[in-house]
Each structure stands twice: as structure tokens, then as C-alpha cells.
Design a protein around this ligand. Sequence first.
Ligand SMILES: Cc1ncc(COP(=O)(O)O)c(C=O)c1O
Length: 458
Amino acid sequence: MTATAMPASAFRAAMPPTDHVPRPYTGPARDEVLQLRRQFTNPAVFTMYRDPLMIVEGHMQWLYDETGRRYLDMLAGIVTVSCGHCHPKVVAAVNEQSSTLQHATTMYLHPNLALLAKKLASKMPAGLDVTYFVNSGSEATDLAITMARLFTGNTDVIALRNAYHGGSPGAIGVTSHSTWKFPIPSNVGVHHAICPDPYRSPFSGSPEAIATQSATDIRELIRYSTPGKVAAFIAESIQGVGGTTYGAPNYLREAYAVVREYGGLCIADEVQTGFGRTGSHYWGFENWGVVPDFVTMAKGIGNGVPLAAVTTRMEIAQALTQRIHFNTFAGNPVSTAAGLAVLEVIDEDGLQENCRVVGGHLKAGLTRLAATHHLIGDVRGMGLMLGLELVRDRATKVPAKAETLDVVEAMREHGVLVGKGGLDGNVLRLKPPMCITIADADFALDALDRALTQVGHA
Ligand SMILES: Cc1ncc(COP(=O)(O)O)c(C=O)c1O
């Protein structure tokens, strides 16, 4: 069916109601803020949308601009707001800790860090029970690779093409998108293996066969490009920035086996996929039946508060004790108070199950839209980590880059904020706060239907 055969008006979902009333905004005018940003911030600090959006308040799945206009947040501050914007329990925990002790450093004992480390261990497979807290996902990537190198005595690291693991000098080395890489050396000892995503694989066959060929290729990469020993393999359980890409369920199991044969440790980057977002499991790697040696996490663990971590086994963590390692804000009492509250809220509010149910509903709706809108080349993901690859032609798969931007803009006009990703920027990313409802999902689908109709007809 073409876009014309099913008019966008075939179904209409109203913006679901909320009791929340935003406060009147009394700060500087949007134009003034824009001018200050342009004049006084590094121009690399980019904004989304042709006409930048100013956001001044948030409540659960809702965001408000300075005029009080409400938006459904389907990106969650780039997959960071796990429980909902300003979730009352997280806010209360942060406020309580902020007014008691804001900072002390890990040189002193504080209950929050110890309790959060214990709580994380309870969520992990047995043996993964030692955590080092940091402030960002990039730091977590760097630290996991450092520990892997120290423990194994090897240097080489295998990462996947199309991966994003952060922007620090170390993390950018394992990141594999030319759009993020500066022309300065960063990849020392890093090798990028073929991404197992079946939609754009150089291999052919079933997704499982592509996964096996991609995993086997790691062996060749190690044999040809390394001393025959590696320190680590790092992979997202589902590539986030890359556009919700992943291999068939056998991929990580087979890749881990190859890497371990050559002495490497396996790092699961759970920065986007952790904390129940994939619905069926608490951690993304559990979907693939593997147990990593490190789990790196950030974003959702703090619900917006800067907090990240690396969990590993005690024997591996010991490797870091051979020299001093210190991080001023690591395990800060306020961030760890947020982390403790977040982990409780995920369980109390049933957010993992909500991701499964609402995510399943949303994915089914996206698949239905794909039957109507030929711009949609592929619908991917699980739980509330979904992606929609837009292509100009389903046979040639030419990325619909400009159209994706137009859809993102049109959805904003319809009151829904989404993200985009992929090397060519042609993947719509739907990764809302994990508290959205079926009604919210329907509203987002309706906005997407309308946006795709507008863009498809332009
Ligand atoms: C999978 C993944 N790993 C690591 C990072 C880096 O996290 P941060 O921006 O907190 O440094 C990101 C950020 O988007 C990410 O998506």
C-alpha cells in the first residue's frame, strides 16, 4: 500500500493528558539564550532542529519549552532519562543528599557508594560483583579497556564497525564512525571488526549465517592485524548511535568465543541497553546468552545525574591496584543517591516489564507503518530501544538522509521529539523514558505516520 492509499487521517491519537502544570518560565528569552550560545560556547556544542528548541522543564515522559508547550520525549535526553524526567523519588533522594553532603571523595567512606556497588552486583551474573564508579560512559569505556590491558598484558582491542563508545581520546579510538573521528591518532592498538547487522552486511545468507561469518572474521582480524593475542573485545549489546543495529542472537556468543581463544576479555557496553530497556532482560547482553568480563554503564543509571560505572570480577579489578587511580567525582554521594533511587524505581515501577509491553506495542505499530510508508527500509530493536532505517529505495537501500531530518522536524511540529542515528544519519531513534504508556506510543505512531506522509509527499 502506498502512502496515499492510507491517509494519515486514518487514525488520530490525541496527546495523552497529564496533571502536571509547568511553572511559568521567567528566565532569559529564547532568542537571547540562542545568541549567548552562539557567542560564548564552542561551536562544536551543536543543537538539534533547524530552529533550535529550548527546553525548560520536564516531568516523566513530558518536556516543556519556554512557552509551556508540551512534547512527548521519545529520545529521553539520548537514552538517559530512564525512570522519567524529575521522577519524584529520584528528585527526593538527590535533594536530601544535596542538603546533607554534596562531596567528599572516595578517600572517605560513605554509605551510598558501597550500597550502590552491592545493588549493582545483585543485578549481575554471578562473579561480576566489583564496581568502579565514574562520571560518564566515555570514562567507563576507557577504564574497562585499561583494566583489560593491565590484566591480560596485551594491548590490542577489537571493536565493531558502526560502534559508539564515547568521545574521550581513548573511547573515540574504539568508536567507529568517521563522522565522530578527528584527524588525530586515537586508534592505537584498536581494530574494527565487521558489524554483524544483517541489513547492511557485506556477507550474505540468513541473519544467523551473517552473524557466524562476522564472528569468524574476527579470527582473521586477530591473525592478520595483531600479535595473535588481544586484550579485549568491546561491543554494545545493540548499537545505539549506530542506529539500533545488532547481529542475530548467535553473534555475540560466537564472537566472545573467538576473542577468548586469543586471550581477550569481553566488554559489554550497556550504556544504552542496560537497566531493563530491552524489556526481556535487565541487561542487553542477556538477550544474547553471553556473560561478559566487564559491563560498562552510564546514562540511565543516573536518570540525568552524571553517573557511570564499570563492573567486573575481583581478579580483573585487582590489576588496577598496581598504580594509583583516582577520579574526583567518582561515586559522588549525590550521584550515587540518584543511582540507588533509580535502581529502586526501575523495580518498583515495573519499568523493565513496561519496556517489554509498550515496546512490543510500539514495534508492532512501526512494522504496520512500514507496510504503508516505503521510506521505511528496516524496523529494528527490542523493548523501548527501537530504530527505523529510512531509505530512498528499498532495493538499493540508499540512505534517506535529508528525509530523515525532515521527519524529525515534522514530528517536533506534531509534539514528539525523536532522535536520529546511523553513519548516514538516516535512522530514526525511538528510546523514550521507560515509563511511557500505550497511549503515548499510539500518539508517537500517529505523529510518525503524519510526518512520513508529509515527507513522502514533499
Ligand atoms: C553505547 C555508548 N557508550 C558510551 C557512550 C559515552 O557516554 P558519555 O557520553 O556519557 O561519555 C555513549 C554515549 O552516547 C553510548 O551511547
